[in-house]
Design a protein around this ligand. Structure first.
Ligand SMILES: [Zn+2]
Length: 495
């Protein structure tokens, strides 16, 4: 009964806080800094927005990765603004891209949001999107994407005059069939090789007009198909038990430590059950899985190198803003986790690099989110935000201009299995799991791998972050969170 009382009291506290702060507005919709930095405005510049799906920031050379995964992005970064502390607002492709294109949190754009009463499966047609604003401002618009979760089926076509979605399936190479019986397995999604070949063609045909192009590639994403690259440090000569395994998320999530070795269930696919066969492997094989991930990074980078060469050859970089982001990262065995179904920073910390013509390169350490992409791009090209839009992200131009901190807090909301919410201040990150009412707290600046949970060590600090998070919840999805929490209490009573 003691536990029940204490939990009930906590629930009351939660409700009181929610009502006390009813009108408190934490999410940043203002564009007050607009036009204060006129020297950064690139009026009539083209805009190319590139999303490298599943790319962890710390596996990019420009972000400090020692392996040579990204020579072309590293070169690009030498003439760009590189944001070193950028976080995704959720953990997977569909809601994350919806956030990039709307500057709304997942609970606001409501794409596959399980916390709400209604589960939406695509962006509402009336939602103001970056593409729509650009098109209505006179830009020619086109998108070339490698995954259905970024395609017109989920509302992303809105505002694009041309949309090429490479969601067709490709049979895998026969050696994998033979080794592990992947008779049914098909690769979903398109690599940058596919999307860029069409994208560059379109840019070339339209390069004398003002354009906005979105390019997306799936090279880095599971099942880590790419492995044949010249750099032997990527294990291209590996011959161990995992050599031909396709690392689908089901297979990755099946990895278990058993005594002194690991086991993975292979021959899974996206529509079937977890794999049929067990393959045993050792610690020494873990690096091969990471190498397969890195080979995907290298593949994306190689294709992007072709794009950058093309843009340079046509002098387009002189009048084009190029924004490179990733939608989320990937767990590579941190905390024993694989894939991207959680809110740890191997998943949430992402890439953001912005090439602005005639702007000196710089590293910006101000905290930022993917939710800031839309207002930042619009400000850089001096395009007004429509009055009906209520963007939740911040304009990062002041951060570029003079290193200002523009975000007091950045939030994340994983509605995909993890069911966790995150608030991040300039130093700390609080994770809240409503269903079981637990918290984790990390100093993300000094403990980026989140090894030490410091929740409960400083009550004032805990309460400040909770206040910020509950204010955010109140503003976005109060009812649903309350419902989740009350369900967990009902569970207590029934026990
Ligand atoms: Zn993704």
């Amino acid at each position: 009964m003691k536990l029940l009382f204490s939990r009930s009291a906590y629930f009351v506290y939660f409700i009181v806080v929610i009502f006390l702060i009813g009108g408190f507005f934490l999410i940043n919709g203002s564009m007050k800094s607009r036009n204060e930095n006129n020297n950064l405005v690139c009026r009539d510049c083209n805009v190319i927005l590139i999303s490298v799906d599943t790319l962890r920031a710390d596996h990019v050379g420009a972000y400090g990765y020692p392996r040579n995964t990204t020579p072309n992005l590293d070169n690009f970064a030498k003439n760009a603004i590189i944001f070193t502390n950028v976080f995704s607002q959720t953990s997977w492709t569909l809601p994350s891209h919806a956030t990039i294109f709307t500057s709304l949190y997942p609970a606001q754009h409501k794409v596959l949001n399980e916390y709400n009463e209604t589960v939406y499966d695509s962006l509402n047609a009336s939602t103001v999107t970056l593409a729509k604003v650009m098109r209505d401002s006179g830009y020619k618009t086109a998108a070339f994407v490698g995954d259905i979760y970024v395609g017109p089926k989920f509302g992303f076509g809105n505002g694009f005059e041309n949309y090429f979605s490479y969601d067709s399936n490709v049979q895998i190479e026969s050696s994998m069939h033979d080794a592990y019986g992947y008779s049914e397995y098909i690769e979903t999604g398109g690599t940058f090789n596919r999307t860029l070949s069409q994208g560059i063609k379109w840019i070339d045909e339209n390069r004398n007009e003002k354009f906005f192009v979105f390019l997306h590639g799936y090279d880095v994403h599971a099942p880590y198909l790419r492995k044949d690259i010249s750099d032997t440090s990527f294990y291209s000569n590996y011959s161990g038990p995992l050599k031909d395994v396709l690392f689908t998320y089901r297979e990755l999530n099946s990895i278990q430590k058993v005594d002194d070795h690991y086991e993975i269930r292979v021959d899974a696919n996206f529509s079937g059950n977890t794999g049929k066969k067990t393959v045993k492997f050792n610690d020494s094989d873990l690096g091969y899985i990471i190498s397969r991930y890195d080979a995907g990074v290298f593949s994306a980078d190689t294709a992007l190198g072709n794009l950058f060469s093309y843009l340079k050859s046509k002098n387009l970089l002189e009048k084009t803003i190029v924004v490179v982001v990733s939608d989320h990262g990937e767990n590579l065995f941190e905390k024993g986790l694989w894939s991207h179904r959680n809110v740890y920073d191997s998943v949430l910390q992402v890439v953001m690099m912005i090439h602005i013509p005639n702007r000196s390169p710089a590293a910006v350490s101000s905290m930022a989110g993917l939710i800031d992409v839309m207002p930042t791009i619009l400000d850089l090209v001096n395009v007004s935000i429509p009055s009906e839009a209520n963007l939740a992200g911040k304009n990062l131009v002041p951060a570029i201009a003079n290193g200002k901190e523009v975000n007091n807090f950045v939030f994340a909301d994983s509605n995909f299995l993890a069911k966790a919410l995150v608030v991040r201040s300039d130093t700390y990150k609080l994770i809240f799991r409503p269903a079981n009412n637990t918290f984790e707290l990390y100093n993300w600046r000094t403990d980026p791998h989140e090894t030490l949970n410091i929740y409960g060590r400083n009550a004032t600090r805990d309460e400040e972050l909770k206040f910020a998070l509950f204010s955010f919840i109140n503003e976005t999805n109060t009812n649903a969170i309350q419902k989740l929490m009350s369900q967990s209490y009902v569970g207590e009573v029934q026990e």
